[in-house]
Design a protein around this ligand. Structure first.
Ligand SMILES: [Zn+2]
Length: 420
């Protein structure tokens, strides 16, 4: 960048005024820290907006009044920041292996090991950071990185700040069996990385306090115990690779098995995709899928339809499926139809295991569902990916088979020119 006019006129009395304004502003910040709270929240976002080497994963929501949160780790220690000094963490260092946080609101109360007679109390805290020299253990799961307890709108969140690589080392084996073909595992690593960036990007734009859920709500992240040398290799060998469509990370949806054909993402998730995103098309799959059968009480179905149609349902006369739609004939001839993925939403994802329904029948007081596949059926089919890998497909080819028109690129190179 060039400055055309670099000449500055001499200033005489102006610096004094400037100095006074600066001093007044600093005084204002000290006297009225809460007035500036929202700005401070922005500056204390732990992770830079474009830093995808670090992720904030939600581990749990916390009851601030009766917390009783127990964390373990070698030389575990709690640090806290205040509203006046939001980026400075205070707190001692103890040679302890366990930390108990009893209470968060209105006063933070915590103690180390079993010394509840040595209670620490802090009244004006903002955020809490918890560190250890090996792992942090919470509810029988060990995690790498740091923990934060963050308060937003009077809700408290336990967040694991973890590097992308450490996150993936746990996610890939949590989402795919480690015994599978290495090219399938590599494909899984690339799409899990892509999914994490895409979702983190969306949540950071909304200024949310975490990037990802640690469950299948986003991707299963079950900590250190899941890690395995084979999936570590898959993460390393695909280091920094992500999937983009027209220069933007894709919403890399995947599922267990599709039942023979994947579904069009624009149909199943019409509100979650941007208008130009056409990569989640329906493709034929080499894996035939696993069949399943489940039933629900007719009464539950009746209640679901009453909720959907906002009318009384006296009788369910017939129910059938065709071309991913379910047709319910009720009250002596009224037909209500909905997509099979909507049926899953209303009756439960573990009951209607996939939208690929083969047959629905009323039997006694029950409605019996027969189907094939497992999961929503959009994007990469994991079982199918493993079949492709066994047939000699490389991870990039597997990805391009299930996501149409995409490119696989280096994350940092993408980030340099990214319009986000
Ligand atoms: Zn499949």
């Amino acid at each position: 960048m060039q400055f055309i006019n670099s000449y500055k006129p001499l200033q005489t009395s102006k610096p004094k005024i400037k100095k006074t304004i600066v001093i007044l502003f600093i005084l204002f910040l000290i006297l009225f820290p809460k007035a500036n709270q929202s700005n401070l929240q922005n500056t204390l976002n732990y992770v830079d907006f474009k830093d995808f080497d670090n992720l904030r994963v939600l581990i749990d929501r916390i009851n601030p009044y009766n917390t009783n949160l127990i964390l373990k780790g070698a030389n575990i220690s709690l640090r806290y920041s205040t509203y006046q000094f939001p980026s400075i963490y205070q707190g001692g260092f103890y040679l302890s292996n366990q930390l108990t946080i009893l209470n968060l609101n209105p006063v933070l109360k915590f103690y180390y090991d079993n010394n509840d007679s040595q209670m620490n109390e802090v009244s004006n805290f903002k955020d809490i950071m918890i560190l250890s020299t090996n792992y942090l253990e919470y509810r029988d799961r060990k995690y790498r990185g740091k923990f934060f307890i963050v308060n937003k709108n009077d809700e408290y969140y336990l967040i694991n700040l973890v590097s992308m690589d450490d996150y993936l080392r746990s996610v890939v084996p949590s989402e795919m069996p480690v015994s599978w073909d290495i090219e399938a595992l590599k494909a899984q690593a690339i799409i899990a990385r892509t999914y994490a960036i895409r979702v983190a990007l969306e949540r950071r734009k909304k200024n949310e306090v975490f990037d990802l859920y640690s469950t299948v709500m986003d991707q299963a992240y079950y900590g250190v115990d899941k890690e395995n040398p084979r999936t570590d290799i898959a993460v390393q060998q695909t280091d920094n690779l992500i999937v983009v469509y027209e220069g933007y990370p894709i919403w890399a949806l995947y599922h267990s098995n599709c039942g023979g054909q994947t579904l069009d993402g624009r149909l199943v998730f019409p509100t979650r995709l941007n208008k130009n995103e056409n990569y989640l098309t329906s493709v034929k799959c080499l894996y035939q899928g696993k069949e399943w059968e489940n039933k629900v009480e007719t009464y539950s179905l009746k209640k679901a339809i009453e909720k959907l149609t906002k009318t009384r349902v006296y009788s369910i006369d017939n129910i059938y499926t065709n071309n991913f739609r379910t047709y319910i004939v009720y009250n002596g001839g009224v037909i209500y139809s909905l997509y099979n993925w909507e049926v899953r939403k209303f009756l439960g994802y573990s009951v209607v295991k996939s939208p690929y329904l083969k047959e629905i029948k009323i039997q006694g007081g029950y409605v019996n569902f027969k189907g094939i596949g497992l999961g929503h059926g959009v994007g990469l089919c994991q079982f199918g990916a493993n079949v492709l890998a066994k047939n000699g497909f490389k991870c990039e080819e597997i990805i391009k088979y299930y996501y149409k028109g995409v490119e696989i690129v280096d994350k940092d190179r993408w980030l340099k020119n990214a319009n986000i």
